[in-house]
Design a protein around this ligand. Structure first.
Ligand SMILES: [Zn+2]
Length: 200
């Protein structure tokens, strides 16, 4: 499956940048919409070594479609919710050092405000560095159905957001295509690190 090859390539690249260490993070892309089928990275797999045959296909209840020994990521329900809320074609989730630090540092504000950077123009629909990007921060939880609900509500409240942070956990972003989702993660990771290093 071409989509699985694409997810494995993105995983390898992100792993090399230190955004998916220790089997953390997960990646998905829409295979078909009606009924919804997602290609999804499996749980507990080293993302630097992820291969296309390890990629699972799941339905909109995060159940595996077809015969596969892999286990879907616990966070599959979050991917499904984002795909539905944003009509996304791909959802990517990273656990970088900087997104983890900032997701806690700005938690009391409810989000991270990023403005003035040229790199903001890499986000879909943004034409100028004068754009203000607000990345909402959501409290982390192991209750995935409840967390999916909170994410749905947050995405509705922040219709222009290109991503969000789970507190002390990581970053989610998405795109119409896998290429766009990858670009959004790269841009947001860059911006979070720039903001984190300068402390403003
Ligand atoms: Zn995670």
């Amino acid at each position: 499956m071409e989509i699985a090859v694409g997810l494995a390539a993105v995983a390898k690249g992100f792993y090399g940048r230190g955004w998916l260490w220790g089997t953390s993070g997960n990646l998905s892309a829409v295979v078909q919409r009606e009924p919804l089928r997602l290609a999804m990275s499996p749980s507990g797999v080293d993302k630097g070594e992820l291969t296309a045959p390890q990629v699972l296909e799941i339905d909109d209840h995060a159940r595996i479609v077809g015969a596969h020994k892999g286990k879907p990521s616990d966070e599959s329900l979050l991917h499904i919710r984002i795909v539905k809320e944003r009509s996304a074609g791909a959802v990517l989730h990273t656990h970088s050092i900087w997104n983890t630090i900032l997701s806690d540092r700005y938690a009391a504000d409810g989000g991270v405000k990023i403005e003035g950077y040229e790199m903001l123009k890499g986000l879909q629909g943004v034409r100028t560095h004068e754009h203000t990007e607000w990345l909402p921060i959501i409290e982390n939880s192991q209750d995935m159905p409840a967390l999916a609900e909170t994410i749905g509500k947050t995405l509705n409240e922040h219709k222009d957001a290109h991503g969000f942070l789970l507190r002390s956990h990581g970053l989610y972003s998405w795109g119409e295509t896998l290429a766009q989702a990858k670009r959004h993660i790269e841009i947001l990771e860059f911006l979070l690190e720039a903001k984190g290093r300068t402390g403003v």
